[in-house]
Design a protein. Structure first.
Length: 661
């Protein structure tokens, strides 16, 4: 063999040997890789027990059993399929563990409701396993004792009686025990006028205020108080008495009708009346309208009548005399130390909130589908109110005429001090008219009627849906508007699209449309703001006027002959705005409908950013309570911005809520 041949043969053999060595190493590595399985089986998780039942407020529990041979990394708890801040992830160690879940059934869950918890365990290799659900079912509560609240003698049908003391010449009775607590494990029934406060001495009446401070009614969260219709059940906190009704966001206190769902009507019972010793402009001792012995007034604007927080009042307003009803919440000369916040007044026959003098502040107020006025202010009230909404039912109005705001200095309009000069900010007034086709009661009037020498201030607010918008009524009221003592600042006033015959809103350009029939739907003839006259129907019909409509709807009304309220409203520095239709300002149509509304506004809404705090001088200068503090300088007008619904958890918009009675 030649040297070159031998050399070439040797090199080929060497290469083949190298290749075989590499191949053998590769096979060895593969075989080794196949032998390196993960340590341990996948994780597993189970619960025991898998079900539980309990009443509202009861605590139930289950044990979660976890196995993870590769090591436990975390345990996630899902409530009804989603993470919940109340149940954060749990960090565990080892290869097996247990976790005890304790759950308190929420008080607002209905009988038969179910809550499901599932548990997801993840091991150190990021492998996950999910348990079967732990299902909690809400069971029926046992019947609660029925407690008669007030009345001298115990009536049949009640398990317990908290007796009252009769006072000659005064209807109803004073609670005999000076300090009483109502608890959520009982149902209470107001029998007649139930009064809390100093019991008048022999021969005296509540008209004589001897300065005593005694009588405190404390009400626990979740307590339900029913008003008896036959006896005109009404709660009256007299001067010198206190109410401590402090509910919770998820567990409010409720005053409501004793009638069954479907049988409730406005005026089923009286309402809640709070009387204090602050000033009014009628005198040091004034009886509330109706003559039922609720006297109020004094000289102490810092008077304290207690706490009224997270409370609902429903179906109140029973007539005391013809055309004289109790309001849903009546405040007579209540002092500013009193706390009024998160209060809903619903389905009342008379006004939902009425202030007769006093200096009490308030915030987060809901006036829902009452008959008369949403916010009625009289007799020199001087408090501060921020965040409130009034919503109306299309067919329910009062024969006296129904308004969003109704404001007087006093019944005769006399120039008496203190003047009605309350500061309202961030209020939304939703009238009855949603669309042109919505039929409404003829008794609806104004979004705001400011009259009888009042000096109210309305800032950063929305008014819409009424036949007439704002009424500056009377010469004195007009003069106060011109003197900057009555103020409207950063107010959005909006009409209804297609409504102008007996209201105000958007309509086709009538004159140009009639002259250009073929182009009636053209964008060259946009809708115009219209009021006080019949107009086209908005559907392309040139002669689709409202049949028989009486021209009466006006966005701005006034009575003084030498005053133009429309020009005054449109003063540039005032920051007020007019829109022909409420759908232009980004509020949800659901606020006009039955059921739970969507209150927040669209992000592009002019309402979301139209507030100003530079042209509202009385926000800074008004006297405020310590608990109220300063006005919150939010960017939005109206009661709600683009997020944050303060009604959630405690408010209720159903006519037929089932209460445990």
């Amino acid at each position: 063999m030649k040297k070159n041949d031998f050399k070439n043969s040797f090199n080929r053999g060497l290469k083949l040997l190298s290749m075989l060595t590499v191949l053998a190493s590769f096979v060895f590595l593969i075989s080794c890789g196949e032998d390196e399985q993960p340590v341990g089986a996948p994780p597993s998780v189970s619960v025991s027990p898998a079900t539980a039942t309990g009443v509202n407020g009861a605590e139930v529990s289950t044990q979660v059993n976890i196995n993870a041979p590769a090591g436990i990394k975390s345990l996630r708890i899902l409530k009804n399929g989603a993470p919940n801040a109340a149940y954060p992830d749990v960090n565990l160690t080892g290869t097996s563990s247990t976790y005890d879940l304790a759950y308190t059934i929420e008080p607002n869950l209905q009988e038969g409701a179910q809550v499901n918890f599932t548990f997801v365990v993840t091991d150190q290799l990021d492998r996950a396993a999910t348990s079967d659900p732990f299902t909690v079912t809400v069971s029926a509560l046992p019947p609660k004792p029925r407690v008669q609240l007030g009345g001298v003698t115990r009536l049949s049908g009640y398990d317990e009686h908290i007796p009252g003391v009769a006072v000659t010449g005064i209807e109803g009775s004073y609670l005999e025990e000076r300090n009483i607590t109502l608890t959520a494990d009982k149902d209470y029934y107001l029998i007649g006028f139930v009064r809390v406060g100093p019991i008048p001495a022999a021969g005296q009446t509540p008209q004589t205020d001897d300065g005593r401070t005694e009588g405190v009614l404390t009400i626990e969260p979740g307590t339900i108080i029913f008003g008896d219709e036959a006896t005109k059940g009404t709660l009256v906190i007299q001067r010198g008495g206190k109410i401590i009704a402090e509910g919770e966001r998820d567990n409010p206190i409720v005053f409501t009708s004793a009638n069954a769902p479907g049988e409730r009507t406005p005026g089923d019972w009286g309402g809640v009346v709070i009387c204090g010793r602050a000033r009014n402009n009628e005198g040091p001792s004034v009886q509330l309208e109706g003559g039922y012995g609720a006297w109020h007034g004094g000289s102490d604007d810092d008077d304290d009548s207690g706490i009224f927080k997270y409370v609902r009042i429903e179906w109140a307003g029973i007539p005391i005399n013809p055309n004289e009803e109790v309001n849903t919440l009546t405040m007579g000369s209540v002092g500013r130390t009193t706390v009024i916040e998160y209060v809903q007044a619903s389905f009342g026959l008379d006004d939902q909130f009425e202030w007769f003098g006093g200096s009490v502040d308030g915030r987060y107020l809901i006036a829902y589908r009452g008959l008369d006025d949403d916010f009625d202010v009289d007799l020199g009230h001087s408090g501060n109110i921020q965040f409130g909404i009034g919503i109306r039912d299309a067919k329910d109005a009062d024969q006296s005429g129904s308004n969003g705001f109704e404001v007087d200095n006093n019944g005769s309009g006399e120039l008496r001090e203190p003047f009605t000069s309350s500061v309202f900010s961030n209020i939304t007034i939703i009238g009855p008219k949603k669309v042109r086709e919505t039929s409404i009661s003829a008794e609806f009037q104004h979004g705001a009627q400011l009259r009888r020498s009042s000096k109210l201030k309305i800032y950063n607010s929305i008014i819409t849906g009424y036949p007439m918008g704002i009424f500056i009524d009377g010469n004195n009221t007009t003069q106060f508007a011109q003197n900057n003592e009555l103020q409207l600042r950063n107010v959005i006033l909006a009409g209804v699209r297609g409504w102008g015959g007996n209201g105000f809103g958007k309509a086709f350009d009538r004159e140009r449309a009639w002259d250009n029939q073929s182009a009636i739907n053209s964008s060259s003839f946009p809708d115009l703001n219209a009021e006080g006259l019949p107009f086209l129907d908005g559907n392309g019909s040139a002669r689709g006027n409202h049949p028989g409509a009486e021209p009466r709807g006006h966005s701005i009304r006034w009575t003084a002959q030498d005053f133009d309220a429309r020009a005054w409203f449109n003063t540039t520095d005032f920051g007020n705005q007019f829109f022909g239709a409420w759908d232009e300002i980004g509020i949800s149509p659901s606020v006009f409908d039955l059921g739970t509304p969507t209150f927040t506004v669209e992000s592009e809404s002019p309402a979301a950013t139209s507030a100003s705090w530079n042209n509202v001088p009385f926000v800074q200068s008004s006297t405020k309570s310590a608990w109220f503090g300063e006005f919150e300088e939010v960017p939005f007008v109206g009661a709600f911005g683009t997020s944050g619904d303060w009604t959630q958890g405690w408010a209720n918009f159903s006519r037929n809520t089932v209460y445990r009675d």
